[in-house]
Design a protein around this ligand. Structure first.
Ligand code: ATP
Ligand code: MN
Length: 462
């Protein structure tokens, strides 16, 4: 017997014998003498239409049992389809049931379910059109990312998940400990971390950047692509507590080259997904956001806008609309400001550089004005920030001063400072939130619906 995925079958010619397909019933339509099934196996968005009649063993029984969600094996002949919608269908000679799905209780019936409802049944939602399409697009995007960097000679690095350095210094780190919660050892009234598993306080990584820099300063161009954890307390549609991040880091690279890579990277990925996920992208474009394909096509050709933070503030100050958060030099750009710039002013992705040092992390390279740092944010319409990066401070004294002035302990950063003491070079990199990318590409509104098992404040089910 010739077992095939539905994706493969739909590309085959009719009149092929002894085909076997395995999957889950989506729908059934029946009459007295024959019935239709729609089967999906996840290999693609499309279902396979199966037609079976009274000549098949157990016909009457099957028509009762083959309800939505039932898993089946179907054997038969691939014939050209009479009805519209598909070119081939399977004329069954045998249908065997693996597992029933009681229609009284099976939650996924043939109708549109809300995304909120589906989040509560994350163990079943990959069987829906939307979530299975998201997962296939996620897969393609992951491959696109590796292709892009591998084609350019970047080395894929695995940075640690447990770490003792808080890269962003923002206090969003999840703690990792084996100390007994009900009897924490104390020393002079404080937790005695020397008795913890690693002999010091540790947590889950918020970024692989610092370790990425170590490797870039030996291997040249590297990237990481791994899980990242942030104890985000705010409930937004763009923040998860566990997300995946792509972080390239490049030696002998300045902020301008960093921008070139970021722009080429996004364009490459968008073109890749348009080419490799046509069926799923057409689905998103029809059901989720009627502009996604047009936007991706547009962006993969347009030159991204490049402005400084100071220019951005001028544009915002001149805006005719009222913002909820006031605009002033030195204040953070809020999501509403970022959207205004990309959607109203430039109508394309915008790369903003040279932010006030006060609003950015300690490791960013100081400009000659001593007020701004060589930070880079890439903003896209609808979403705002998709990439954050910078040229790194490569001057030992400058970096030490920054660490001290932020009341960080230089001893904690001894190895990071060493990179500036021995063979320091200009280097730069950025971080792309993988789920933000999936959101942007698919048009999905909520970040919880572009990762199979979302972790957010108050929720870590499944
Ligand atoms: P934001 O201002 O949106 O919180 P950030 O400034 O904290 O972002 P960075 O520290 O620069 O973000 O992280 C790099 C990238 O990681 C961001 O551009 C974004 O794409 C992504 N990212 C950051 N925090 C989250 C999160 N909680 N969930 C998903 N993606 C995130
Ligand atoms: Mn943040």
């Amino acid at each position: 017997m010739n077992q095939k995925s539905i994706k493969a079958l739909l590309g085959m010619k009719a009149d092929q014998q002894d085909i076997v397909v395995k999957g889950w019933v989506r729908t059934k339509r029946e009459s007295k003498t024959f019935s239709f099934l729609e089967i999906n196996d996840g290999s693609c968005l499309s279902n396979l239409q199966v037609i079976f009649d009274q000549n098949i063993p157990e016909y009457a029984n099957l028509t009762v049992k083959l309800t939505t969600g039932t898993s089946v094996k179907v054997e038969g002949r691939l014939v050209s389809s009479q009805g519209g919608g598909q070119s081939v269908e399977l004329q069954a000679t045998l249908i065997a049931i693996y597992g029933l799905a009681d229609p009284e209780t099976y939650p996924l019936q043939k109708k549109r379910h809300s995304f909120e409802f589906l989040r509560d049944i994350a163990h079943l939602r990959p069987r829906t059109n939307t979530i299975s399409a998201v997962l296939r697009v996620r897969n393609a995007l992951s491959m696109a990312i590796h292709h892009f960097f591998q084609e350019r000679g970047f080395v894929y690095i695995h940075t640690p998940i447990i770490t003792s350095s808080d890269c962003e210094g923002s206090g969003e780190m999840f703690q990792v400990t084996t100390l007994p919660m009900d009897k924490v050892p104390l020393n002079a009234g404080k937790v005695d971390y020397t008795r913890d598993f690693f002999g010091k306080r540790t947590g889950l990584t918020v970024s692989g950047q610092l370790e990425g820099e170590i490797c870039a300063l030996a291997l040249g161009d590297i990237y990481t692509f791994g899980p990242t954890f942030r104890a985000e307390h705010s409930n937004t549609a763009r923040h998860l507590a566990e997300f995946w991040m792509v972080e390239p880091e490049m030696a002998f690279c300045d902020i301008a080259q960093n921008m070139d890579v970021a722009e080429a990277f996004l364009k490459y990925i968008f073109a890749y997904v348009l080419e490799h996920c046509q069926e799923d992208m057409a689905f998103f474009n029809h059901w989720v956001d009627k502009t996604v394909i047009r936007t991706l096509e547009h962006i993969s050709q347009e030159k991204f806008e490049r402005i400084t933070y100071t220019e951005a503030v001028k544009k915002l100050a001149a805006a005719k609309i009222e913002f909820e958060f006031p605009v002033a030099w030195g204040k953070d750009l809020q999501s509403e400001h970022e959207k205004y710039l990309t959607e109203q002013v430039y109508k394309k992705p915008v790369m903003i550089t040279d932010y006030p040092k006060t609003s950015k992390a300690f490791y960013m390279k100081m400009n000659a004005d001593d007020k701004t740092v060589r930070a880079l944010d890439v903003l896209v319409p609808r979403l705002g920030e998709i990439i954050g990066g910078s040229e790194r401070e490569n001057d030992y004294e400058q970096l030490l001063n920054r660490i001290k002035s932020l009341n960080l302990n230089p001893a904690d950063y001894h190895w990071y400072l060493d990179l500036r003491r021995y063979g320091s070079v200009p280097h730069a990199g950025f971080g792309l939130g993988f789920e933000r990318l999936v959101q942007f590409v698919t048009g999905m509104q909520n970040i919880r619906d572009v990762i199979p098992f979302p972790r957010t404040h108050g929720s870590a089910a499944f």
